[in-house]
Design a protein around this ligand. Structure first.
Ligand SMILES: Nc1ncnc2c1ncn2[C@@H]1O[C@H](COP(=O)(O)OP(=O)(O)O)[C@@H](O)[C@H]1O
Ligand SMILES: [Mg+2]
Length: 331
């Protein structure tokens, strides 16, 4: 799955890192591919890109096999990285001179695919040959979208590139959906932009959106994702939720998953360990941060913030809406 948007700073790298850790924590074998010469993903996974010996660049110039460059992430079982270094900027030039240049990443990945359940590709902030390689190697693409004015113009260009890739290199490339990032549920603005993009391009918006939070800025310098740094924060919960949605067979929803473990849920009782319980604001579908995280042996909620005092089958959001609880399996 490629994560692409030619705009920088829309949370592509954060999304790849967070979904990767969330999926690995759910028991999947995951490879993260850092296709950005700025190597932010490599850095945020705890590696110094200046000291990484071999990177994707070596695969692109046929100096190494993919298997030789892959690094395990020590703190997260099941998570590996194909790292980037600044040399990758040179790969662009090299790739442009090769025939079949769109397929170089796909070919490089082929021998290691059977080792993984999921490969997540972090594309650079451009629509150049590296991003095209990412889109050509992928079955599907997810588009992080920062909800601000004019965001949709970038989506139009990206969709044109995706059409080209479908026409010339990868006919089956599916657009899985948009992830609304740095979402501010207090402004009507954010909601309107997401709806506009959904309508104009017919791309589904994946639930839930990821709200703006300072906790995201704290994590990368520690070589950690928000799932490790602040596992019960709304951002971590949102990405866990999204990882579930993306791994579910297409067509099935989180609600369907919730059904399988039995809704409605009684807060504070009967929630087995290994399940997350969410409450989304029915007006915005934004997680309220009302997270029951039943991790202790008695199945007691570890934390249940805004709904303090509330119980039963719903919680009350700030604007007085009643939000039904849903349950997602985490183990
Ligand atoms: N939900 C969020 N709330 C606040 N800051 C975020 C959020 N998601 C990402 N960020 C921050 O925004 C910046 C850009 O994110 P990044 O993932 O590097 O974007 P991209 O890869 O698209 O350039 C980073 O500093 C990151 O920590
Ligand atoms: Mg990035």
């Amino acid at each position: 799955m490629a994560v692409a948007n030619q705009k920088g700073g829309v949370a592509k790298t954060t999304t790849v890192h967070s979904l990767g850790v969330a999926s690995a924590q759910l028991g999947r074998r995951v490879l993260l591919v850092d296709l950005d010469p700025q190597a932010c993903l490599t850095y945020s996974l705890g590696f110094d890109p200046d000291r990484v010996e071999r990177s994707l660049h070596d695969v692109f110039v046929q100096r190494a096999e993919m298997a030789d460059i892959i690094l395990p992430i020590p703190e997260v079982e099941g998570l590996d990285l194909a790292p980037a270094t600044i040399d990758l900027a040179g790969s662009e030039v090299h790739l442009l001179t090769r025939t079949g240049r769109e397929h170089v990443l796909a070919r490089g990945l082929a021998p290691v695919l059977e080792r993984y359940d999921l490969v997540l590709i972090d594309c650079p902030p451009s629509l150049g040959v590296l991003t095209i390689n990412g889109l050509t190697a992928a079955h599907s693409v997810v588009i992080p979208l920062q909800c601000e004015a004019l965001s949709h113009r970038g989506v139009g260009q990206l969709m044109e590139t995706i059409e080209d890739v479908r026409a010339f290199a990868n006919a089956d490339l599916a657009v899985r959906g948009i992830i609304a990032t740095m979402y501010d549920s207090r402004t009507k603005h954010s909601r309107t932009i997401v709806e506009e993009v959904e309508e104009r391009y017919g791309i589904p918006v994946l639930q839930p959106p990821v709200r703006k939070s300072i906790r995201f800025a704290e994590a990368p310098a520690q070589g950690k994702s928000i799932l490790q740094h602040a596992p019960t924060s709304a951002g971590a919960v949102a990405y866990r939720h999204l990882a579930q949605v993306l791994m579910a067979p297409s067509g099935s929803t989180v609600d369907a998953l919730a059904e399988t473990v039995g809704n409605p849920v009684q807060v504070g009782s009967g929630i087995p360990t290994g399940f997350d319980v969410f409450a989304d604001d029915p007006a915005t579908n934004v997680p309220l941060g009302a997270v029951v995280h039943p991790v202790d042996a008695r199945g007691e909620p570890e934390r249940f913030d805004p709904a303090d005092g509330a119980g039963g089958q719903s919680v009350q959001s700030d604007d007085g809406n009643l939000a039904p609880l849903s349950v997602v399996e985490t183990a």
